[in-house]
Design a protein around this ligand. Structure first.
Ligand code: ADP
Length: 230
């Protein structure tokens, strides 16, 4: 689905990505992890074609990113999506319709709101919901366009452990039952939910990419060497 081949990227003089290669296959549940400032957002911007790679190649579904035009196959849930102005009354169902190229049938809106467990709240104001509930609404908004992949930037920031767990269960269902490829960006290197199949860890411009099991071994070995807590 997504492939980075020897990708480098430099902001002015700071080299953030240094010859990074990884691939995220169709049907994968991948997390891109790394400390703050390690380059996760830069990878995400390259992956969404918002930043051009300085060198190397990025492919989506086998097509060079500059020629790729099926962007409605990629659903994106951003980091700050839950910052709504409380003085503007917007309902949950209106939020799901927002930003869509064409009007989405009410049945489709209701189907996905039900899927994420938010149908009873369709008339509620988005600002009256908790962070976890709002994130589910934003997932429904991404899903109504029927994407093949969902890309989420730090979706569980600010959620408590129970909501985070529930949220990963929802992503796990979308991955396993709906065959959506899931890519989550997170600064939490310990976020190794059981649904995750692949891990890409960015550190000092390079990355580790492999299965969750391989990552857990690599992470323990790495931390034993550098003295970090595991
Ligand atoms: P992360 O998402 O992992 O926190 P980023 O990709 O946002 O990391 O940033 C990686 C590095 O690039 C950081 O050192 C950051 O300060 C730097 N950086 C990010 N955006 C810019 C920019 N627009 N101009 C210059 N440096 C930037």
């Amino acid at each position: 689905m997504f492939e980075f081949k020897h990708v480098s990227f430099t902001y002015e003089k700071t080299k953030v990505l240094n010859d990074i290669s990884f691939s995220i296959d169709n049907g994968t549940f991948a997390v891109i992890v790394g400390a703050n400032g390690s380059g996760k957002s830069t990878i995400l911007k390259c992956l969404l074609n918002l930043l051009p790679a300085e060198s190397g190649e990025i492919l989506i579904q086998g097509t060079p990113i500059n020629q790729f035009n099926d962007w409605d196959h990629i659903g994106y849930v951003g980091q700050n999506s839950h910052q709504f102005n409380a003085s503007v009354p917007v309902s949950v169902e209106e939020v799901v319709q927002m930003g869509q190229v064409k009007k989405i049938p009410t049945k489709t809106v209701e189907y996905w709101l039900d899927y994420v467990g938010m149908l009873p709240f369709k008339k509620s104001r988005i600002t009256d919901l908790s962070g976890g509930q709002q994130q589910k609404v934003f997932i429904a908004r991404a899903l109504v366009a029927n994407p093949k992949a969902l890309v989420l930037d730090e979706p569980t920031v600010g959620l408590d452990a129970k909501s985070t767990h529930e949220f990963y269960n929802l992503l796990g269902d979308l991955n396993q039952k709906e065959q959506k490829t899931i890519v989550v960006v997170s600064h939490d290197v310990h976020i190794m939910d059981r649904h995750v199949t692949e891990v890409i860890e960015v550190r000092d411009g390079i990355c580790f990419a492999g299965s969750r099991e391989a990552y857990q071994e690599h992470h323990i070995e790495f931390c034993e060497v550098c003295g970090d807590e595991v």
